[in-house]
Design a protein around this ligand. Sequence first.
Ligand SMILES: Cc1cc2nc3c(=O)[nH]c(=O)nc-3n(C[C@H](O)[C@H](O)[C@H](O)COP(=O)(O)OP(=O)(O)OC[C@H]3O[C@@H](n4cnc5c(N)ncnc54)[C@H](O)[C@@H]3O)c2cc1C
Length: 564
Amino acid sequence: MKVVETDVLVVGAGAAGSMASIRASEFTKNVLIIEKAVLRSCGNLGMGHHTGELNPMTNVPGGPTSEEFVEGYLFSSSGWSGVERPMDKYIIAEEFPRIVRDLERWGLVIEKDEDGKWATYWNKFIGERMESGVPVKGGTMKKCLVSELKRRNIMVVERTMAADLLTRGNKVVGVVGMDVRTGELTAFRAKSVVMCTGSASRTYIVVPGRRWFWMRDMGTNSGDGRAMCYRAGVEMTMMELMRTDHMIGNTMGRYWWGKCVNSKGEEFLAETYKKRWGRLWSMHLEVLKENGPIYWDARQLTEEQMAKRNYYGSVEKNYPDICIPESYRQRGLDPRKDLAEAIPMPIGFLGGPDFKYNGGTSMEGLYAAGDEIWMDSLSGAFVFSRRAGEAAAKYALQAGPSPMDEGQVKGIAKAMLSPLNRSEGYSPQELEEKIRAIMTRYANVTKTEGMLKRGIDLVSELRRRVAPQLCAGNPHDLMRALEARNILDVAEMHMAAALYRTETVPYGRHFHHRLDYPTQHPTWYRQRVIIKKEDGAMKLFKRQTTEQRSPTREEYEAVKEVKP
Ligand SMILES: Cc1cc2nc3c(=O)[nH]c(=O)nc-3n(C[C@H](O)[C@H](O)[C@H](O)COP(=O)(O)OP(=O)(O)OC[C@H]3O[C@@H](n4cnc5c(N)ncnc54)[C@H](O)[C@@H]3O)c2cc1C
């Protein structure tokens, strides 16, 4: 097997992977990225997610202070969860604006006011949350990252899927990757690794019977990083919490405007931008009350409201092919005459490797950032990947040699390539579809002990009977087989953690709804679920998170410096 050596290896070239490698390159020139897709169009940004704003915009004229931002966050529905780590938000508030200045230098176009200053806005409290930000030309975001990577000569090995971590004891020493076109394997030996593979999206059926990869996040995000970390023995956390930007059909469930009506034609929700998370919860409850299907009714909107709706729900905020006007068009609906059925679907999970303020994980030499950990925003992705890149580079510079374990490399290669040796068996698509069907049925938005146990049984059966019989006729199918293996690991982690957490975490950015434990429970306050693979078995335990209050400046100063 070919061996490539580097100081810092970054997996994934989305927002987080790009920023981590740019920052790492300020400490060492030996930085390498491996990316499953191609740099130009990879990651959420590359797919055409043209975010219209960057938030939060703190400590700048017209914006809140860090303390105000964190207090606002804790006061919003996301903050009621009782499982926050408010220092993460404080760090973002302190460090994001300087990153935006860097992005602007690299080519990001930011909207200006009449005086030529950033057009920062701040709504102190809008319904469930407070919001501060600055409007940007979203399409320039990916471009500016790509040009900065090129300017720094950071090498990106494209169409290469990271498949498993190489370890020595509790240390990560590299990754085995596969060229998804040729199937050639490479051992990437690295002094430190930054995992930035994005969200774990391909776990549910988003639009039954429709295109397989229609989902909110990039289709290549099959939870590879989470699965690799889990298999290597990294402590994982918050895997029970779902991400709540439900899809409605194949369109993101925000900004639809109008009102929601149930199957009896009764209005149960008037759309307001302010009720961002609560809106989807109301829709979900209406279905639980057996009043579904539910519909969006935009027929009464004024011309001005309709124009606004089309702006917020168009390519400015979404992918071109899943924006609201396009969604109506594809269904042959006229918003002035027809109701549009809304089918709330979960989009994935927030949890991932448990991480420190420098992005470090429970294994030495391994860092993680972006949607891989529970950031779910560009500000979180940029701030923590910058930290992780710096810490990983500093670690690499002081790390001694760590030879690879040849036996481990051979074992990984054998397991990876085994589907190629079978001419008969199950296709990777079949396994993926089965897992996603089980998850959609038994581990959807609302769960019970019985549903989760049944889901776990069914997925275990797939692991026993189907996974060992996967066959792949070419490198592309082999990639799909490796992805299906990862989706299986992620599904198991989610269901096990959801079963373990015997309470409901209220609806916010992240949440967990157990019909048999319908309220928050004091014994779970500030408790996070940790999952770890030990001696081949999944172990679950609780770990207390920090106090649910805004940190002080002194507390921030203590963690400000990024150490390896
Ligand atoms: C429609 C939409 C709207 C959004 N709106 C906003 C918003 O308004 N504001 C905001 O702050 N955030 C928003 N977000 C979230 C924001 O886009 C993400 O938080 C951010 O892009 C995450 O970046 P990332 O690098 O972690 O992940 P990604 O951009 O998903 O990148 C992950 C990369 O890893 C690669 N990869 C995956 N597996 C492997 C593997 N095994 N080997 C090698 N490479 C691999 C993938 O191909 C991909 O390129 C939105 C997201 C979407 C999808």
